[in-house]
Design a binder for this molecule. Sequence first.
Ligand code: GTP
Ligand code: MG
Length: 219
Amino acid sequence: MEIVNASYLISSPSIASCPKPDRPEYAFIGRSNVGKSSLLNMLCNQEHLAKTSGSPGKTQLINHFSILSSTRKEGENVTKNNSMEWYMVDLPGYGFAKVSQNQRKQWEKMIEDYIRKRETLGVLFVLIDGRHEPQQVDLAFVDKLGDWGVPFALVFTKADKSTQREVSANVKSFLAEMRKRWEFLPPHFVTSAIKKTGRRALLEYISECNKSYKESQAG
Ligand SMILES: Nc1nc2c(ncn2[C@@H]2O[C@H](COP(=O)(O)OP(=O)(O)OP(=O)(O)O)[C@@H](O)[C@H]2O)c(=O)[nH]1
Ligand SMILES: [Mg+2]
């Protein structure tokens, strides 16, 4: 699958003002500064599509991006038959300390509402900093998703900042921690927004999810 076009659509303070749920969408969540907005830009091959920042707390609303993708073969044009429209959604981070209790509560409510109620949310990508050993805040978050029954996949980010061996060890420990409580483990990916690592694998995964969505609509 290739991305033919990607553009910013709208920022919403609540699920009520999100775009009409008429196509599948894939959202990025994770701690502040983990690289959610950068990953979205990397996947779309557009450096400045979603706003990124060196200081945490940059993304504060539910941001929808319209995507047109195609699974055309070489030499074919993009047609209705080989293309599809869907959304990527950039969310604010969790665990961000530099806002008031009140503001943080409000964000958490917005995010929880969105994650639990958005009927077209195909997969929630949970981003985890690949440089660190399993963090309690991330493990607690995925456990909560389990309680809520939200389908998700793990994305270990910033792979360029450590050796492959270190990232692999961190991924392994995270999955080992999950295995203590989970019978089935979610799919996982390793990415670098700088080196574009993991781009193909993630896009292929989304493509498969889009296919399932299409089939569910047809049936
Ligand atoms: N080296 C490296 N830096 C990255 C990568 N991804 C993101 N960064 C950097 O990490 C910082 C945070 O990136 P963002 O994409 O803004 O992170 P975010 O998760 O959207 O942050 P919030 O919106 O504040 O929650 C920026 O300085 C990015 O340049 C990566 O794969 N490798
Ligand atoms: Mg962001």
